[in-house]
Design a binder for this molecule. Structure first.
Ligand SMILES: Nc1nc2c(c(=O)[nH]1)N[C@H]1C(S)=C(S)[C@@H](COP(=O)(O)O)O[C@H]1N2
Ligand SMILES: [Mo]
Length: 394
């Protein structure tokens, strides 16, 4: 006869769950410290779940931004939807900022575990702990470099983008290992329904409110109706010449004299069947078109404007550029990372892609790229080259 085990009582089940969810024992001298419920596994799990979602979204939107700026040789991005990059990068920057309180709260919740005792229980546990430090370090690094970057601390600009990109793989790798190790415990903690949730709920709501407040005071940099709330955003719609913020002025890039020079010409060279040289008057004499398109900076701000000028494809067809060619757009700038950009066929064949001569119903201001600047749909701001003077057909 098979004896079935007695059905465990509810109380015993709860006790077992509580034991499983208990944080590890601490250095003997410290036991009795950190008794706040806010250091418990349930709070850590809620914050961890929210952070996991936020890191996944930041990673995906960050990859979009990276590969739009550095496409693999075989890949070409579509030029539509017009505002796709505006959305992905707005989510990346504003979502990343809003996650900073989450990260700090999570670290505060779990920091007593720094003194867990014994510090390591096995070789496997040692590896796990090292990876937690890698995870924390990578998450802090991404927050700090992200914030410095949108704070216009350009000193190590190139280092930032490269380091921010590569660290994202370390972060996501360490996160996946962490989820494999701790995900089961976290799931049990989240499904348990304790009756004593009061203090915890208040804490989690406070963290959520802090994130929400950051989002509300920065979102206006990308969502124009919220612009007046955007007190934390460094660049806002409605500021700058013709209500469009300026990323880098003509004076700061040293192009003022060359841009104002009456001898300025636009040239089309490279694999063009009929190389061209066009004066500003010649460009103005070509058919003019107006497109409503956003400037969407990698730093998160974006604003829509009415751009008027010549279709890039009209100029390139005039020069006999093959429809499948890649175009290098060069500015008057002598140096700098944004001196040139590459335009792939889907973008330059798009009728909305312009060499703009006007902005919001008036001539293009010097700081927005006079005499002529590139503006194309679904493209990062860094690739909307200003003060254009040469198109090279590759
Ligand atoms: N030649 C040149 N073009 C440039 C830049 C630059 O520094 N040099 N900055 C780019 C960046 S980062 C952005 S976001 C947009 C901003 O355009 P705006 O200053 O007209 O708003 O211009 C882009 N075009
Ligand atoms: Mo930008």
């Amino acid at each position: 006869m098979v004896r079935r085990p007695a059905h465990p009582t509810r109380a015993r089940l709860t006790a077992r769950l509580t034991a499983r969810l208990a944080p590890p024992p601490l250095l003997p001298g410290l036991s009795g410290r950190f008794t706040s419920r806010l250091h418990d596994t349930r709070v850590a799990s809620w914050l961890g779940a929210a952070l996991g979602v936020s890191i996944a979204v930041s990673f995906a939107t960050g990859l979009v931004s990276h590969f739009m700026q550095h496409p693999a040789g075989w890949m070409q991005w579509p030029s539509r939807p017009v505002g796709l990059y505006r959305v992905t990068q707005g989510v990346h920057v504003i979502g990343g900022l809003a996650a900073v309180p989450l990260l700090l709260a999570k670290l505060w919740t779990v920091y007593p575990r720094l003194w867990q005792w014994p510090p390591v229980r096995s070789a496997g546990h040692a590896v796990q702990r090292v990876l937690v430090f890698v995870l924390v370090g990578a998450a802090l690094f991404q927050s700090v470099t992200g914030v410095l970057n949108i704070g216009y601390w350009y000193a190590f600009r190139f280092f930032f983008t490269t380091a921010h990109y590569w660290t994202s793989y370390i972060l996501v790798g360490a996160l996946l290992v962490h989820i494999a190790n701790e995900g089961g415990t976290a799931r049990r903690a989240l499904m348990a329904r304790p009756r004593d949730a009061v203090g915890r709920r208040g804490f989690l709501l406070t963290v959520a409110a802090a994130g929400g407040a950051i989002a509300a005071t920065t979102a206006g940099e990308a969502v124009t109706p919220l612009a007046r709330l955007a007190v934390l955003a460094p660049r806002r719609p409605g500021t700058g010449p013709r209500d469009v913020p300026v990323n880098k002025s003509a004076a700061a890039t040293g192009v003022t004299a060359a841009a104002r020079d009456p001898a300025w010409r636009l040239t089309v060279t490279g694999r063009a069947a009929r190389p061209l040289t066009l004066s500003l008057d010649a460009l103005r004499a070509l058919p003019q078109h107006t497109a409503r398109l956003p400037i969407a900076c990698v730093e998160g701000w974006s604003v829509e404007a009415d751009w008027t000028g010549v279709r890039l494809r009209d100029v390139l067809r005039l020069a006999g550029a093959p429809a499948g060619a890649r175009i290098r757009v060069e500015s008057l700038e002598r140096g700098g990372l944004y001196r040139t950009s590459t335009v792939d066929p889907p973008h330059w064949n798009d009728p909305l892609t312009l060499l703009a001569l006007g902005l919001n119903g008036a001539p293009l201001p010097l700081d927005h790229g006079y005499p002529c600047r590139l503006i194309a749909p679904n493209r990062p701001g860094v690739m909307q080259t200003k003060w254009v003077h040469r198109l090279v057909v590759a």
